[in-house]
Write a protein that binds this ligand. Sequence first.
Ligand code: SF4
Ligand code: SF4
Length: 87
Amino acid sequence: MSVTQVEAQKSYQIKINYHKCVACGDCVTSCPVNLDQRRLKGFLDESNAVILIKNSNVRVINENSCTGCGTCIPVCPVKAIDIVMRP
Ligand code: SF4
Ligand code: SF4
């Protein structure tokens, strides 16, 4: 198995502390995968978003699309996000 194949199998879990989250949406707007999807399709909804604000709460929608880049972590004003690699 090539290194590329191993990399492609990595998957991540997006952990959000809902006791801390204030639903500001900064993670949603900073996520590069969300940005790419919005650029490609012209919209962002449950069909293509990694994370989304829904009913005034942030929701993990398509976790399998998360690349584990970590961009969302420092932008969260209340440090409510943790990204962990699945074993
Ligand atoms: S780790 Fe990267 S891809 Fe995953 S939700 Fe955060 S910003 Fe998006
Ligand atoms: S950036 Fe943090 S506080 Fe804002 S919606 Fe995301 S998890 Fe919640």
